[in-house]
Design a protein around this ligand. Sequence first.
Ligand code: BEZ
Length: 226
Amino acid sequence: MEEMKTNQGLPLIGDKAPSFHAVTTQGEINFPEDYAGKWVILFSHPADFTPVCTTEFMTFASMADEFKALNTELVGLSIDSLYAHIAWLRKIQELEWNGMKNVEVKFPLIEDIKMDVSRKYGMVQSQSSTQAVRAVFIIDTEGIVRTILFYPASTGRNFDEIKRVVLALQKADRDHIATPANWMPGDDVIVPTAGSCGTAKERMESTDEDQYCLDWFLCFKREKKS
Ligand code: BEZ
């Protein structure tokens, strides 16, 4: 019977991103050290030359400059060899889909044929012992895991949502706020919950036009719409 390769654990939100050295389509990387000072999206695919993965790769590669503008680098992984990766990325460049064509994948795709990296990140789950799930780890400038998303093999990811999460995390860090459901840049944001009876009372009685409260524990800060 085939031996199930179990995960070595799963880093959780707030943990230091597990370190690894890997061969990629852009040369060798030391992770997360090589990305100090940058946000990183580390994402996995089940395998090369698979249809959903191909549409995802085309989409992510087409958005690479949008992520770069957010000081965010992309790092992909699939449990295949470097040579399969090179052949797949060359083929992707020949395809045309959804308005995308001549898509050059300039970010690294990790060779993980021995599953060393995917097992460190909990990317090999019960669905398959030989393919990674669609995992997304958003890691901040200090190498801390800030968001984890997992999708099954049959569901392609929404890359606009991944970009929205990066924007929301960066906004929260910058302005010490939180973002409400379905927040988009420019929408009003949530101020931290009042931590004392005094602050709760102040909030409810405030005449500050930049803030409004639905109740003492749910106060918004108005964002200037441009
Ligand atoms: C895909 O990317 O299309 C795919 C990969 C693994 C299993 C099923 C679908």
